[in-house]
Structure formats: C-alpha cells, structure tokens
Design a protein around this ligand. Structure first.
Ligand SMILES: [Zn+2]
Ligand SMILES: [Zn+2]
Ligand SMILES: [Zn+2]
Ligand SMILES: [Zn+2]
Ligand SMILES: [Zn+2]
Ligand SMILES: [Zn+2]
Ligand SMILES: [Zn+2]
Length: 1756
C-alpha cells in the first residue's frame, strides 16, 4: 500500500478497507454467483468512485495502483482461475502468435514502403521489420508516421513479394489455419467470455453516456457525494491563445496552469478545470461560454458529477486493460472480437462495436483514441473478425461518414479513418463491393453531401458559404476511400463483381453528369468582371477525382465485357448531357476547296463554355481502350459505333481547346485571373491526364471517323477563322481591310494555335491505343522533352511527370535509357542529362510544353546543334504508326483544306503585307509540311513492293491551284521563300524540306524496281552530302570556339578589376581570390637569400624589411600609409563569443559583472573570437558610413517595422564592400620597430630586475590608494629601491594620432562588451584583458583550423585572416595606451605572479588552471606598459624571450603533471636520436615527483613522457610562432610553408628555442628550480591531481560536430522516441538535435519555452546560450533541415548533410527517398562552425532572402 500514502491522503477508513481487500476472494465469490453481471457492476459502483476523481488534482499514479489492486486484479483472478501472474504466463506460453507484426506507430516514427513490392503506398513496415526484410535492397520510400496505423509485415495481401521479415516468417505452415481457441479449456473460454462481455459493456456504457448527473442502472454509488467537475472539451475552432486567455479569466489560474490545461485539452480532448460543488463549477462554465461565444460557437463545457467522471476514467482504463490482456493470447483476442461483434438486443447493427462506432463523433478525443487502438489490436489483427468488422463498417458507412462531416475533429480522430485498414486489403475490398455494394455506397454518400446545384442539376460552388466549404473539404475523404477500394485491380471477374462495378460506374456517371459543364464562363466584353468567380472548388473536385477516373478505366481495361458495357453507359450519359445544351444553336453550312459540311453556329467568344467535361473525357479514355484491347476489331458488333456522332463527340472538347487558344490570344483578358488559373490547371501535370490529354484524344477519335476536310472546316469555324481561309482571295488580302491592330494580333495568335492543334491531332501518337507504342514509350518521350529544355534533378523531373495513384511516375524504369546521371559536388544536386542520341526525338511542338518551355527548348536545341556544327533546322521527329482505329488521321495532312491553308500562309510570307502574318505561323506550317513528308517517307519504306502507297503528300504539294485562281503550288512557294532575305532563320528548315522532297521523289521513281537498294543508296548519298557539309561547319565552329575562348580569357582578366561592380561574380570567386592574394603576400614576406635562419622573438630576432605599408580605403578609394601619427585606417571586424574549442561544456556561464577574465582556464570553455572580411577603410569614412546606416535604419523601422539581418543598435553593420556582418573595426597599426640590441641581461639578472620593477610598481600603486592598511609593509618596501632607470613616475606620451586613439577605444570597448556580454564601459579595467584574450583565442582557433585542414602553418591563410591577426596582435600591444597605466601594470603584476611567486599577490591560480598561450600573449602584450617607464636600455625583445622561455617550461611541467598513464607499445626503443631528451625529461619528471610525491605515478622510461610533451606542446609552439610573427612582423621560414618533415627543428629555430626543449630547464636549473617548487606547492595542483578539478590533457583535440548515423531513418527513429522533458512523457512536435553536443531538444513549442534575459525563448535559443555562447547548429529531425541560430534574432536554414541517391536533399521530408549522410557536406558545416562563420552565413542568407528576417527565431 505504499503508493496510497504517497501523494494524496486516503481517509483511514478506506485504508483499512483496501488493506482487507482480497482479489482472490472476490474472484472466487464471483465464480459462485448466478448473476455475474450484477455482481461486477456492484463492485464497480462501490469502488470506482472511491479511487478516481477525489479532488481537484488528479493523481494518476496512485489511482492506477488502486485500480489495479481493487478492480483489475479480481477480474484477472476470475479470468485465469488462478494467480494471474502464473495464469497469464501460461496463456502466453501456449500462444501461437499470428504472423502479423501489427506494431502501432508512434507520431514521427519512421515507416517504410517498398515501391516495387507494396500493394499500395499505405502498406508500410516498421523499422525493425524493414531491416529484416528483402525490401531494404529494393527501391523503398521512407516517411514519418502521423501516429496511428500499424506495420503490415506478415500481411500477404499487402505485399506482392516478401511479405514477411525474418522475425515474422511463419515457421510451421499449418499453424495459422488452426483455430486459436483450440488450446483453451471450455471453462476458460466461458470465464473469459463472461469477463470480456461485462467489461466491454461497462466501458461502452460509460463512454457513450451523455447524462451529466446520473449513472447507468446498476452503477449508482452507495453514498453519493456532492462534488462536481467543470469539464472543458476541445474543438478545432478556438486557438490555443484563446483557450489560455479564457481559462485565466474563468478559473483564476496562472498563465502556466492555463497553458497546461490547454495542452491537456488539446491532447486528450477534455480536461477538468475546476472541482467543487455544482454552483462553483457552473460559474466557471458560464464565464467560459460567455468569453468564447463572440465570434464562433462557444467552447464546449460541461459540469459533471464526480462519480460520472470517475466511471468514465475507469472505462478508459478498462479498455486499456482489455488491450493488455488480449496481448497474452490470440485466443483471448478472438473471444474479445466475438464479444464485441455479437449482435445486441436491438437487432442489426447493435453490437457493442457498432454502438461505439455510431457514437464516435459524440465522444471526446481521448476516448476515441483508446477504443480505436483497441479495435486495431483486436478486430484488425484477427483475420476472421477483420472481415466481419469490415462488413459492419460498410453497413454503417453512410452514417459514420455523415457524422464525420458534421463533426469538427480531424480525420485522424475519427473512426472513419480506419477505412484504410480494410479497404486497401484487396480481398476485403472485392468482398465489400460485391456483398455490400460498397462502391455505390461511397459514391452515393459523396454525391448526397454535395447538394448545391444549378438549374441543369450541375454542381455550383459559386455562392458557397464557409460552412459548406468546410463540409466540402471533409467530404473529400470519401474520395480517398474510393481510391483505396479501387487501388488493386481485379485479376478475375465474377458476374457479381461485374454487376456491382457497373452499378458503381452508373453512380459515378451520375456524379459526372453533375460536373459536365459546371462553372461555365462567358467572355466579358466592355468592362472587366467585378468579382473573380470561385473556381477552386470545382478544380479541387476534378483533381481529387483524377486518379479515380484513371483507375476506373484501368478496371475496365481488365475485362472486355465490362469495357463494352462501360462504353455504352458512358455514351448514353454523354448523349444525355448534350441533349440539354444544343438549344438555340442553328445549323449552318460551311464550304471550302470544293468540300462542304453542315454544322451549328456557335461562338466560343460569345456563348457559355465550360472547362469541365468529365463525361466526354471518360468516353475518350474508354475509346482508346477499345483500340488498345482490340475490342473494336474483335467485337465490333457489340459496340454502339453506329450511334456515334463524330461532330457531337468533338464539339465540347474542341470548344474547350478553342477557349485556351483565345485566352492565349488575349481575348479573355477582362475575365480576370480565375480563368487564367483554370487554363493553367487544365494543362498542369496534376490534371492534364484526365483533362487536356483526353480532349485531344477525343478530337483524334472524332476526326478519325470524319472526312478530314469536314473536320478541319469545323475546327476553323470554332476558332472563328473560317471567314479568313474560306474567302476566295484569302491568299492575297488577309486582313488587309482590317486595320484594328488588336484584332490582327488576335487572329495571328489564333491561327498559330490552330496550326498547333492540327499538329497535335496528327502527331500525338504516344498513348498506347492511339499509336502503336509500348507503355514506357510515352514516359520516355516525356522525359526526353523535359531534358531537351535543360538537364534536371531527379525531383524536378518527378514534378514534371504525372504521378499515378501510387505516387509513381514510372520514371525509374526508363530513365537510364534516355539520360545519364551527373553526381553533385559539395553544393548543388545531381543532374540528369539527355543522352545525345535521344535529341533526334525532339519535337518542338510537343503537346505538353508551355510556351515558355517551348522557347527554352528551342533555344537549347539550336545551341546544341550549333555546338555540333550541324544545320539549324529543327524538323519534326519520326513518329510511330497509328493504331488501325486512328489510322485515317494521317489523311488530314494531305487533305485539300489543310493544303489550302498551308498555301495561304506561305503566300503571305512571300509577300508580307503589313504584319498580317507571323514568323511562328510560318514555322508551324513548315513543321506540318515536314510531318507530311516524314509520313510519306515512312509509308514508302514500310510498304511491300506490290502495295501502292496511297499517301502522296509530295504530289499534293507540287500541284498548283486550279483555275480560275491558278495559285502557286506549296512547293513553288517554298522554293520562292528559300531566297527571301527576311526569313534567314527558317532557311535551314526550308532547305531540309526541299531535300526531303527530292529524296522522296527518287524513292517513288525507284519503287517499282529495286526499291530497297536505292532507298539506302539515296539515303547514303544524302548522308554524304551531309557529311561534307558537316565537316565544313565543324571546322568553322572550331575556329569560332577558339576565338571565343581567347576573348573570354581577356574578359575574365578585365573582370578582376571590376569585381566590385559585379557582386555575384565576386561572391563566387571570393575564396579563390583570397587564396591567390595570400600567396602573393607570402611571397613578399619570404626572406631574402641572405637571411639564413629566421628568428621571430628575442634579441636575435630577424629585422622585418623596412617597408612602407600603404593601403586603399574601400570607401573613398584614397591611398593611405599606415603610420602611428597619420589618419587611422580600420578593418571591418566581427567579434563574437565562442565555445568552439571548449573542452568542458558543463561549465556554467560566468556572471558577467564580476567575472575576472585575466587567466584563461585550459579547458577554453568560453572565448572571444575576432574575425574580419579584410576590408580596409579610413576610420572617418567608416564612421560616416555607419552613421548613415543608423539613420537609414531608424527611418526604415519607423516606416515599415521591418527587421534587418543586422542590429544597428548593437553596433552591427554590413561591410560596405562584401556585405559581411561586422560589429566593430580594428585599427591598423605599424609593426614594432627594431630595437638596437646592446648587451642584454641573462635570465638571472633579468629576474632580479623584473622583481625590482614589480616591487616598485607595487609601492607606487599603493601610493595611489588611500593610505592605511598596508602601512607596515611599505617600510619593507622602501628598503629595496627601484633601479634608477625605472622611472616609476614617468607618464609616457601616446605615440598615436587622435583618430587612432579613438579607434583603440572603439575596438577595445566592443571586444569587452561582446566578450563579457555587458554594457559598454571604456573605463573598465577589463577592457585590455579582453583584447589580449581575444588575440590569444583567435590565434588558437586559427592554429586548430590549419591542423584540421592539413595546411601548413604559414602561407595558406587567406590574407583577410593574416591581416586580422596582425592587427589584433599589434592592437594588443598598443591598447594599454588607451587604458589607465596603473591598472594595466596591475594586470601585468598578477600575470607574472602566476609564474614567479610574489608574496604581495594573494590569489594566483595554480599552474594547472592556466592556458599558457593566453598567459604568454597577455604577459607580452601588457609588458609595454612597464617598458615605457624603463630607460635602462633593456630591450622588449629580451623580455619577450625570457617570458617565452619560462612559460614554455611551465607548459612542459603542466603537461608532465597531466600526462596520462603509460601505454604499452612495442616501439618504445627509439633510435638514440632522442635519448638525450628522454633522459632530461625523466630528470625533470623526477624532480616534480620529489615535490609532489605520490600524486604522480612512477614512470619507467622517458620515451612516453617525451612523446607526450612533444605532441602536447606543438599547438602552443605553433600558436606562439603565429603570435610573434604577426606581432614583430618577422618573415617566415619557407620550410613552414609546406607540410614537410623536419618542422619541429625549424619551428624551434624560428622561436629561438633549442630543439631539445628540456635544455631550457636544465641550462637554467638553479634559477628555475625555485619556480618549479613554487608551482608544485600551490595547493590547487595537488587538489586537481586528486580529482578535485577539471583536468585537461594535451594536446587538446579539435572539437568536432557529433557523429551522425549514415542512414537518416536512424535519426528519425531516435527522435520519435524522444519525449518533451517538461510535459511528462508527451511526444515532442519538433525534436531538434544540437549538432555541437548531441542534446535532443523540444523546439518550437510552448511547453519548453524558458526565460532568457526577460524574454520567452524556445528550447533551441535557450540551449544556444548555454552550449554555444549564443551560436547554435541544429538538425531539425522531422524537417531534415539544418538550423543556424545566432543570438535571439538571427537564424537561417541550411541544407542538411543528407542526400538521396539522386544527390538531392529532401528538406521537409516530402519525397521520402532514402537519405544517407554525405560526409563531405557535413564536414563543410563543421568547417563553418570551426572557423566561426555561422553568424556570417546567417547574415548572407538573410540578405539573400528577406523572408528569413521575419521569422521569430527565438521561439524555435
Ligand atoms: Zn513490424
Ligand atoms: Zn515483421
Ligand atoms: Zn520490395
Ligand atoms: Zn576613406
Ligand atoms: Zn568586407
Ligand atoms: Zn548543444
Ligand atoms: Zn516540450
């Protein structure tokens, strides 16, 4: 009973009652009784209200425990008839689990579907099953689950291949057939049945209970209290904010409590917000209702009696329990299914399962979820009962859907969502269609919900209310169900299936009739339409139905009888539709070229026209199937072909196509965007298959049954062009009388469009059934034409191709035969390029090209031809032959009307008359002629000898017009045009045509005799001519290319100078430019030959070449020499805090106000980094620029309230040249002057001098302080006077000009402000410390980068970094002049005291707590303030060297103290070369051991120690070399410009060190011994060594970003099990991974917001401040997106380092291709981080994309 006491006090009376309770006794009592139902209900009535809902604060843990003890335990005892722990175990043992995996998915869990084997895309596997399946070697798709749904492993119907993973592979074949109940005793079965029946009934009773104050009979509590709950329910209308606000008012809770209430309501669907008596609860209710009823219906609130709530709570618990118990045994599961589906007292559809389903929309979300889950784990897992359940589901279908449509919860919370689990199972779907007439039910339910019709009974969405629109959205889920049912096509048809399918089709046609002609438009003339008509609803409907229509046709295609019946039904429907439209259309007669035809008078531009013609289009689809399945040839007698009226078939599709043409011609401008959008979607890849494509097919079908002349005349008439071409003298005076320019232009476009349409009717033969092609030819052709535009990425191609219902384009099957894949580099994506041999299939008038596509493709193809040295003609490609049903279409090409039109256009071109024709008209005519010629050539080639070819295009075009006009023949006109000067562009095409004509004539002449030989002969001849031509062209092209290249080279040379004017180019070549610039500077630095050995520090220091340093200001372009007394020049710089090198991310951030930054800890946990883009300005130019930016920003904020990528208020600006984010400037200072080196003191002497100086300073500083405390010591002081040359009272003059002084303060203050995160204060003594620290930190960071990039120490840095380091070092040595001298000297004294013990400095850190490079840099740079008072001739160089040597020794000691235990290796014996070092280091180590004793382990050989020290000290030495090089301006030795061996010696030499570093110690042993002793005796050393502090070992490894798994789904899986750390086990919505430290965070969510500096920030921003000092790099796992954050306001998204096999990222995880880590790209991100460029990257991203600026980054 421990848990009962835990949180809530249980009344003691209850306690004893609970203690005395025995589950076993209760169960055995139950076994005796006759009315078990009553008995159990009584038990529940007594206990449930005592356990649940006893107060305002529910306590789930103790409730659960009590419920288990008092309620579930007796049930389990009864069930098992023995101790449940053994009983249930037995059940589990005997269980033979089914082969279904059935794992239910968590939100965000990865799911896998096989694109090759899955029956449909809803068939998925869990990760575990997937990894054990054959599909991981297939083409698979990975997605994240939205929660719900389960793994289909083991379901043989879900997979075409490999249905089982290794784990679920059935071991014995017959086990699954066996009845699971066979293993259970009849007693057991009976008991089980009883318990399940009662418990399930109880749960159903309670969950569907709708009275607030009463309980079902049998459950009334013995003692009814007077306590109530005010229960708040969730809805999808009110926002989080509204609910939180209302709750605060209604129940007086805090914002935090309100948030928690709202979160629970959103998750569980309801939550009690108040507990108390009725009135108290009622009051809260009324406030809530009042507050939320203003704009919408109010939030649902109920005041419920606590016992009702208690029973409902336990009812949920009981369902959980049932789910848990059936998990032990498939037999129990089956019993539960039986109980659930047993018909209730009210007859049909009254089982408990039915009751639950039918009450679904009345229940709250939490209750629904629980019982849906139980259904999934019971009914849907048992194959027998799944079928029975499916039948019940189908019976209730209409009612459930209607409830759902009225309900406002999302579909995932509705029981209708279970449809996917049954309807996608092919055998179930088929059964439901035949037995429950499911197809008809679904369509009918759908149609019933769309009631808005016009007078003709068509849908009308125009005056849709919001309510109806909402309903319309929900009703669409029915289409999804229909899709599931149709997704697998039957392989066998029963008569019953035929009957029911056709019945479904009938209903479907009823739906189509309501759509045929909906949303008609009328051309607006005069004024623009007033209101854009609604069009989206109709198109949504069309789009949603697209796949259904295709699938219906595919079903028809599997059975001839069904196809024939469907065709008849469709035709009847179409006839029915047409009968309504023809009113008022009068017949007229058209005649042209000796042909005439009757048609109706109808003008698209004047009458109603609709783009929606689903009935016509379905018929077109079926018509093609007649041809494809050869039904048309085998059973013509069964088809109603005689009833077909071709003019009727083409009428509406033609109107629709004419509408498009008129819109293109600008005739419908006044109809607004709505029409433009409709036309766009009509052609769009998502709709065109069942819209545009089918209209074209219908035209082909109609035309194939008509006289081509008649067909063309009708086309002309509908295009409203008949009058132009029919007039007798049309060739001469087209439009001559028409002076309206607009009309002329319109007619031109219409003629072009019409010619294009004719091309398509004759030329589009790639649909199987229309032409004689294979299924994959069509898709190949689509891909070829896309790639003719340009090379494309996989995803671009996918987007351009139509997807089927399984989201497949079929592209993968063919892509390799038409394209080659080019892998991506570090950026960009992989591209497919067209194989060159496929270019000849290019058709400029490809029907799916938009006009833009067409012109791009034309340009690309002409360019290609030019490059290959070919002629510029783009003739039509060779076409496949038509299927017999469509074969007559070719005759259109040689019919009189067409030839008349061709002749007319050519005539206009010969005699151009005032722009009344267009070049693209001519181009199309030439293309059509080319098509005719190709057709003839093709037919000639394929014809057998005796068969005469009737198609004689050449003959027709050579024939002149008949009398009286006697017009010229087409051929004659072409020959004429060949020499027209104004048609240069088309010459190649005309030449091609004439050549073709000649070759066909030869073919015809030789046909009779040896046709084949000559044909190939003539072909050969043609080719020879071509070859010769080609060679000549090639030679010319080659010369042209060389000339071009030469010009290009010259231009690129010029561009270097104009780089500033071309930003884009500049950005690209930035890096290269830096690289080349830096090599040139390094050459300057390289030593003259006389300098044998270069030394950068100490009295032997090499002198820098005296050189004036002159720079140019990027703003005013003036040159300026860098001198101490001249105008200040500054570098744009960016200072930032950094943790990139941190070895201890657990160290808490410092308190900025009181932190003492003088000593850096070797863990480098926080540092200040300074970077620069290297651009130099005058300080005054920069100031003027910055002020202008400030002013502009102020104006901008007032006006637009927009943010920028930089924060002016914080001193940020963009470099005026490169737009690099900067926040301060560094002044450029001249290098140190060489000092004349007279005799310099040795170490011993210097130590003495230094000691005296320090003492002198001590006393001088004390004088500055109020006298008193230290009076005694002062007397001691006076005994030891300072050396005379040390003028302690002398105040040196600053050598710098006033502007330089000003800039010294500017940069110092900025570094201080940013580095410490404090308000600027130029007086603060910590200013110089921060500057020295930043210098040291930046050097260390750059040294690390060079190692990581495997670059040499010198010569490889971009010059911007060289410049930055030099100016930082020189600034550091000068910054004391801008600060108070005593305070700088004070720092110096404390720094020195850490090395040389000084009794007057109290708290020096121990040697293990000091980073030595920081110490070296600080001490050297601060020494200037002391040196300025020394006039003894002591050189700075000598002092630098002494410090350097001592610190180096200290560093070695530091390493010896921290060197790890010896590793046993084989190669311990070194070849004697380093013997000396090993002995020396042993000696030093032993000295340390004498000081520290047992704290240091004993070491046998020096080899290990020396190795540790040598590798450990290298980064420090390299850092020191960088530092002294930049500080003193000494040239660098060439050996250090490459990664060659022998670096150690060169480096030591350059640093004026012996290569045996131990000599530093041993040669000065007597002097250093006391220091050594001092270091070791610091109490901190012993403490740290014994584990009392952070011990850093050397060398410090570079930090890396965390390791990422190769397979992205591993990350998804990891994230899916991640729960929000703050809201008790809830799933996090946006799990986000810190790539720096590996923490997973709950981002972008209320629950994990925290306060940072008084503002609410999301988890990422908060983490950024702790982990990255304000800079963060994250991976948003669900989105597959990298997130960069900087501070609170800056951020950007960055491409993730995961790529699919096509070399593309998948941001947002939309495509689902498997993703794998691209290490190269991850390294690039890591490099950005290591070189502190993340913030800069964000700046550039925000400048490039302004929408990024508006995002609330801080809430992520
Ligand atoms: Zn599974
Ligand atoms: Zn499995
Ligand atoms: Zn597979
Ligand atoms: Zn300037
Ligand atoms: Zn710049
Ligand atoms: Zn982190
Ligand atoms: Zn959270």
């Amino acid at each position: 009973m421990a848990a009962a006491e835990s949180d809530r006090e249980v009344p003691s009376a209850l306690c004893t009652e609970f203690l005395n309770f025995s589950a076993k006794d209760t169960a055995s009592k139950w076994l005796q009784v006759t009315d078990l139902y009553k008995e159990v209900y009584q038990h529940l009535a007594r206990y449930v209200p005592k356990i649940y809902c006893l107060g305002p604060n529910l306590n789930p843990q103790s409730e659960d425990l009590l419920a288990q003890l008092l309620l579930q335990a007796p049930l389990e005892w009864y069930l098992c008839g023995e101790d449940p722990s053994t009983g249930l175990a037995k059940l589990e043992q005997n269980n033979q689990p089914s082969q279904l995996c059935g794992h239910v998915f968590r939100v965000g869990e990865p799911t896998y579907s096989c694109r090759e084997c899955a029956a449909d895309p809803t068939c998925v596997l869990c990760m575990q099953c997937f990894l054990g399946s054959v599909h991981k070697e297939h083409r698979y798709r990975m997605t994240t689950s939205g929660g719900g749904g389960f793994c289909d492993c083991g379901d043989t119907e879900a997979w075409k291949k490999g249905p089982y993973c290794q784990k679920h592979e059935p071991n014995i074949s017959d086990s699954c057939q066996e009845d699971p109940l066979a293993h259970l005793s009849t007693d057991m079965i009976a008991r089980c049945y009883n318990v399940f029946a009662i418990v399930l009934k109880y749960a159903v009773d309670m969950l569907t209970w709708d009275k607030e104050d009463e309980l079902p009979p049998g459950l009334e509590p013995p003692d009814r209290g007077d306590t109530y709950y005010c229960m708040l329910f969730n809805d999808e209308v009110h926002t989080y904010e509204q609910v939180i606000y209302t709750l605060q008012k209604a129940v007086n809770c805090t914002q935090k409590e309100a948030v928690s209430f709202a979160t629970t309501v959103d998750r569980d669907g309801r939550k009690s917000v108040r507990f108390g008596d009725f009135a108290f609860c009622e009051q809260a209710k009324s406030v809530i209702v009042r507050n939320t009823s203003r704009q919408s219906k109010p939030l649902r609130v109920q005041v419920m009696h606590s016992s009702v709530v208690a029973h409902q709570c336990f009812a949920l618990k009981a369902l959980h329990w049932l789910g848990h118990v059936i998990g032990y045994s498939d037999a129990l599961r089956r019993i539960l299914c039986q109980v659930g589906l047993e018909r209730g007292p009210e007859g049909e559809n009254s089982s408990l399962v039915d009751t639950l389903m039918l009450c679904d929309s009345k229940m709250w979300k939490g209750a629904r979820n629980v019982y849906h889950q139980l259904f999934m784990s019971s009914l849907l897992m048992d194959l027998k009962y799944k079928k029975l359940f499916a039948i019940q589901f189908a019976k209730n279908y209409e009612r459930l859907q209607s409830d759902y449509v009225k309900d406002d919860h999302d579909r995932e919370f509705s029981v209708t969502d279970l449809s996917v689990q049954m309807f996608t199972v092919p055998s179930l779907a088929r059964m439901l269609i035949t037995e429950e007439n499911l197809m008809t039910t679904i369509i009918r339910t759908f149609v019933d919900h769309l009631r808005h019709r016009d007078l003709q009974g068509r849908f009308q969405f125009e005056r849709y209310t919001a309510q109806q629109a909402f309903k319309f959205r929900r009703v669409q889920s029915l289409i999804g169900d229909l899709k599931y049912v149709l997704i697998s096509r039957p392989t066998e048809w029963s008569d019953q299936l035929r009957e029911k399918f056709l019945e479904g089709l009938d209903t479907f046609l009823e739906l189509f009739k309501c759509m045929q002609g909906m949303d008609p438009v009328v051309r607006q003339v005069g004024q623009h339409i007033e209101m854009e008509p609604e069009w989206e609803a109709a198109f949504t409907l069309q789009m949603k139905l697209t796949h259904i229509i295709s699938m219906m046709q595919e079903w028809c295609a599997t059975d001839e009888r069904v196809l024939i019946e469907a065709y008849k039904k469709c035709l009847t429907a179409l006839t029915h539709c047409h009968s309504g439209f023809t009113d008022g259309e009068q017949p007229i007669t058209l005649s042209m070229c000796g042909h005439s035809v009757d048609t109706i008078r109808y003008c698209v531009s004047q009458e109603k026209v609709s783009i929606h013609l689903p009935v016509s289009r379905l018929l077109a689809g079926l018509h093609v199937l007649l041809s494809k399945m050869e039904v048309a040839y085998r059973f013509p007698e069964q088809l109603p072909l005689s009833e077909l009226s071709p003019p009727m078939l083409i009428e509406h599709p033609l109107r629709c196509l004419v509408l498009c043409a008129q819109v293109h011609a600008g005739m419908w401008r006044r109809n607004g965007f709505s029409l433009v959008n409709q036309i766009y979607y009509y052609h769009n890849v998502k709709c065109r298959v069942e819209m545009f494509d089918k209209d074209l097919i219908m035209l082909q079908a109609g035309a194939s049954m008509m006289d081509p002349n008649h067909f063309l005349m009708i086309v002309l008439s509908r295009f409203e062009l008949y009058h132009i071409f029919s007039s007798a003298d049309c060739r001469k005076s087209y439009n001559r009388e028409n002076t309206n320019k607009d009309v002329v232009q319109q007619n031109n476009t219409l003629i072009e469009e019409m010619l294009h349409l004719i091309m398509m009717v004759v030329g589009e033969r790639f649909e199987a059934g229309v032409g004689q092609v294979e299924g994959c030819d069509e898709i190949k052709r689509e891909i070829i034409h896309q790639l003719c535009i340009r090379p494309m990425a996989h995803s671009e191609l996918v987007k351009a191709l139509p997807e089927n219902e399984n989201k497949e384009t079929g592209m993968e099957r063919v892509i390799d035969s038409v394209a080659s894949f080019k892998k991506p580099g570090v950026t960009g994506r992989g591209l497919y390029e067209l194989r060159p041999e496929c270019a000849k299939q290019f058709n400029l008038y490809f029907h799916h090209y938009s006009r833009a596509d067409q012109s791009k493709a034309e340009e690309a193809q002409r360019k290609l031809k030019r490059q290959n040295g070919e002629d510029m003609a783009l003739p039509p490609p060779m076409l496949p032959p038509f299927s017999p049903l469509f074969a007559s279409l070719v005759n259109i090409l040689q019919c009189d009307v067409l030839l008349g039109m061709l002749g007319a256009v050519l005539q206009w071109a010969v005699e151009p008359s005032g722009g009344h024709w267009s070049e693209s008209m001519l181009q199309r005519v030439l293309h059509l002629i080319g098509m005719g010629l190709l057709e003839e050539q093709q037919q000639l080639k394929n014809s057998s000898e005796d068969h005469d070819v009737s198609f004689n295009f050449t003959l027709k075009i050579s024939r002149p017009g008949e009398a009286p006009s006697n017009t010229a023949s087409v051929l004659a006109l072409l020959e004429n045009l060949q020499n027209a000067p104004h048609l240069e562009v088309h010459k190649d095409m005309i030449r091609w045509i004439l050549k073709m004509v000649a070759s066909i004539k030869t073919m015809r002449e030789l046909t009779a005799s040896t046709y084949t030989v000559t044909a190939s002969g003539s072909h050969g001849q043609e080719e020879m001519v071509c070859d010769k031509d080609k060679a000549e062209r090639k030679r010319k092209a080659e010369m042209a290319r060389l000339r071009r290249e030469k010009i290009m080279a010259q231009m690129s040379e010029m561009q270097r100078h104009f780089i500033n004017e071309n930003k884009e180019l500049f950005q690209q070549s930035l890096e290269e430019l830096y690289a080349s610039a830096s090599t040139s500077t390094s050459l300057e630095h390289s030593p003259t030959s006389s300098d044998a050995a270069l030394v950068c520090v100490g009295p032997r220091r090499s002198r820098p070449r005296e050189k004036r340093q002159v720079v140019t200001c990027i703003l005013c372009q003036e040159e300026q020499e860098i001198r101490a007394d001249s105008k200040a020049m500054v570098l744009a710089a960016f200072v930032q805090r950094s943790t990139v090198m941190s070895k201890n991310r657990k160290r808490p951030p410092h308190d900025p106000e009181h932190y003492d930054p003088l000593f850096m800890h070797p863990d480098l946990s926080f540092g200040t980094h300074t970077g620069s883009c290297g651009h130099i300005m005058h300080s005054h130019c920069w100031q003027r620029y910055f002020e202008a930016v400030q002013a502009k920003e102020q104006r901008r904020q007032q006006r637009l309230r927009v943010h920028t990528s930089y924060d002016v208020g914080n001193g940020e600006f963009l470099c005026p040249l490169c737009e690099c984010l900067s926040n301060t400037v560094i002044p450029l200072l001249p290098g140190a002057k060489g000092s004349n080196s007279c005799e310099q003191p040795g170490l011993g002497q210097w130590l003495k001098i230094s000691g005296q100086q320090i003492k002198a300073m001590h006393s001088a500083h004390r004088k500055l302080q109020p006298v008193g405390v230290d009076a005694v010591e002062e007397t001691v002081e006076e005994q030891c006077p300072a050396p005379e040359s040390f003028r302690i009272d002398y105040t040196p003059m600053s050598p710098y000009s006033s502007t330089i002084k000003e800039m010294l303060t500017t940069f110092g203050t900025a570094t201080y402000k940013v580095g410490l995160k404090v308000h600027p204060n130029e007086q603060d003594p910590r200013v110089p410390i921060m500057c020295w620290g930043s210098c040291a930190y930046t050097i260390q960071s750059i040294e690390r980068l060079l190692v990581d990039e495997e670059k040499p120490l010198f010569g490889s840095l971009p010059c911007r970094q060289d410049d930055c380091l030099s100016s930082l070092a020189r600034f550091g040595s000068a910054c004391w002049t801008a600060a108070s001298q005593p305070s700088v000297q004070g720092h110096y004294i404390r720094l020195v005291a850490a090395l040389i013990p000084d009794p007057q400095v109290e708290t020096s850190p121990c040697i293990l707590d000091i980073d030595m490079l920081h110490l070296l840099v600080s001490v050297v740079l601060s020494y200037g303030s002391v040196h300025s008072q020394d006039s003894s001739g002591l050189s700075v160089d000598a002092v630098q060297l002494h410090f350097f040597h001592i610190i180096t020794v200290a560093h070695m000691v530091q390493m010896l103290l921290t060197s790890g235990p010896e590793e046993v290796t084989m190669e311990q014996e070194s070849g004697g070369a380093e013997r000396e070092e090993e002995e020396d280091i042993c000696a030093l180590y032993n000295t340390l051991r004498t000081h520290l004793g047992s704290s240091l382990p004993e070491v046998a050989s020096g080899w290990h120690l020396w190795r540790c020290v040598k590798t450990g000290i290298l980064p420090y030495l390299r850092g020191a070399a960088l530092f002294f090089h930049h500080l003193n301006g000494v040239p660098t030795p060439p050996e250090l410009h490459a990664l060659c061996p022998g670096q150690w010696e060169v480096l030591c030499g350059y640093l004026s060190l012996p290569s045996n570093l131990l000599q530093l110690y041993h040669s000065q042993k007597e002097l250093l011994e006391p220091l050594l002793y001092g270091w070791c005796s610091h109490p901190g050393v012993r403490q740290t060594l014994q584990g009392g502090g952070v011990l850093v070992s050397f060398p410090r490894e570079s930090n890396s970003l965390i390791d990422l798994p190769d397979d992205y789904s591993a990350l998804i899986n990891q994230a899916s099990s991640f729960t929000c750390p703050k809201s008790g086990g809830d799933k996090s919505r946006a799990p986000t991974l810190c790539l720096v430290c590996g923490s997973m965070l709950c981002s972008q969510s209320y629950c994990c917001q925290t306060e940072l500096d008084g503002e609410d920030v999301g988890a990422c921003t908060a983490h950024t401040f702790a982990c990255g000092a304000g800079v963060g790099i994250f991976l948003r796992v669900r989105e597959s997106q990298v997130l960069f954050l900087s501070g609170k306001t800056k951020g950007c998204f960055y491409a993730p380092p995961y790529l699919d096999d096509y070399g593309e990222t998948d941001q947002g995880l939309r495509r689902g291709n498997p993703l794998h880590l691209c290490r190269q790209r991850y390294r690039k991100i890591q490099k950005l981080w290591r070189q502190h460029s993340v913030t800069e990257e964000i700046g550039h991203a925000q400048e490039a994309n302004q929408t990024l600026v508006g995002i609330d980054w801080q809430h992520l």
